[in-house]
Write a protein that binds this ligand. Structure first.
Ligand code: IPM
Ligand code: MN
Length: 327
């Protein structure tokens, strides 16, 4: 059975790293039936298209989506992010954003291996809010956070299941001492679900303290579950303490349905076209996509080939060749 995959290279270095990901999948012996979509800031500037509903409907019928990066400095912030990437996450209801972080032991570092489960369809990202008297001295801007019991609970359940399959430890990261409404809902949800998982131990960290632990003692973590915005910020830090953002991969999941796989990094317009982008994050995202497609043996081989990130240096082409040679 071939897998039907929609490919959105996007902007900047996106198309360059996605091309390597597809090459590595091919070299690992997995055949994909790909459909390429020309979307992103460059397309928007050309003809105003962001994400047509017909395209979304096509995507619902696919097995997976593989995305490079979207966004360009020539388009005001938010247009492509909200109109394409977030629309994709929301409309396809990709409620889990799974971001794994590993670092081998060495150089006086004990090594770590943890996963951040970021809620992906709610919180401040839901777009609640607006302006009043915009552009006047009395203007008001509000930007609320939407947290539903249903949305939080399905994400928390996913995180508990994952923890159970790993080292059996789950940490809720939030800011319950200040965000007393949303934090309370998250905390009660975790406590209620925890009762069904007596084999999983739990902990709680405020997000500011979690930032310290990410830098000083990330080995304490197994699975972290957190809201959309905290997860966004924490996972950049997770990348930074795990060899760099060039190695951070992610899966945007709705278990059992079409899901989307993308590197955590952005379009890096400053280095686009120079052939120097590190494709490893895109390759590791491709491995996560293969897991989703049931090609777990190929996915494991790809992950093994990327296991020593520090040695994956050089140009985009050199890193690609290195990974393929190790397969
Ligand atoms: C990410 C990105 C996106 C986000 C941006 C591009 C909208 O930073 O995937 O982490 O904030 O979720
Ligand atoms: Mn981010």
């Amino acid at each position: 059975m071939t897998h039907r995959v929609g490919v959105i290279g996007g902007d900047g270095i996106g198309p360059e790293v996605v091309a390597v990901g597809l090459e590595v999948i091919d070299a690992a012996g997995v055949e994909l039936d790909t459909v390429h979509y020309d979307l992103g800031g460059h397309r928007y500037l050309r003809d105003g298209t962001i994400l047509p509903d017909e395209v979304l409907d096509e995507w619902r019928e696919l097995d997976a989506l593989y995305l490079g990066a979207v966004g360009t400095p020539d388009v005001p912030p938010g247009v492509i992010e909200r109109g394409l990437l977030l629309k994709m996450r929301f409309e396809l209801d990709l409620y889990v954003n799974l971001r794994p972080f590993t670092r081998p032991a060495g150089d006086g570092h004990p090594g770590h291996d943890f996963v951040v489960i970021r809620e992906n369809t709610e919180g401040t990202y839901a777009g609640e809010g607006g302006f009043l008297r915009r552009g006047t001295p009395h203007e008001v801007a509000t930007q609320g956070s939407v947290n539903t019991r249903f949305g939080v609970e399905r994400c928390v359940r996913f995180a508990f299941d994952l923890a159970r399959s790993r080292r059996g430890h789950l940490t809720l990261v939030h800011k319950t001492n200040v965000l007393t409404f949303a934090g309370d809902l998250w905390e009660r949800t975790v406590d209620a679900v925890a009762a069904e998982y007596p084999d999983v131990t739990t902990a709680y960290n405020h997000v500011d303290a979690a930032c310290i632990h990410f830098v000083q003692d990330p080995a304490r973590y197994d699975v972290i579950v957190t809201d959309n915005l905290f997860g966004d910020i924490l996972t950049d830090l997770g990348g930074a303490v795990s060899g760099g953002i060039g190695f951070a991969a992610s899966a945007n999941l709705h278990p059992g349905r079409v899901s989307m796989f993308e590197p955590v990094h952005g379009s890096a317009p400053d280095i686009a076209g120079t052939g120097t982008a590190n494709p490893t994050a895109a390759v590791l995202s491709a491995a996560m996509m293969l897991d989703h497609l049931g090609e777990t043996a190929a996915a494991d081989r790809i992950r093994k080939a990327c296991a020593d990130p520090e040695s994956l240096t050089g140009t985009t082409r050199e890193i690609a060749d290195q990974i393929i040679a190790r397969l």
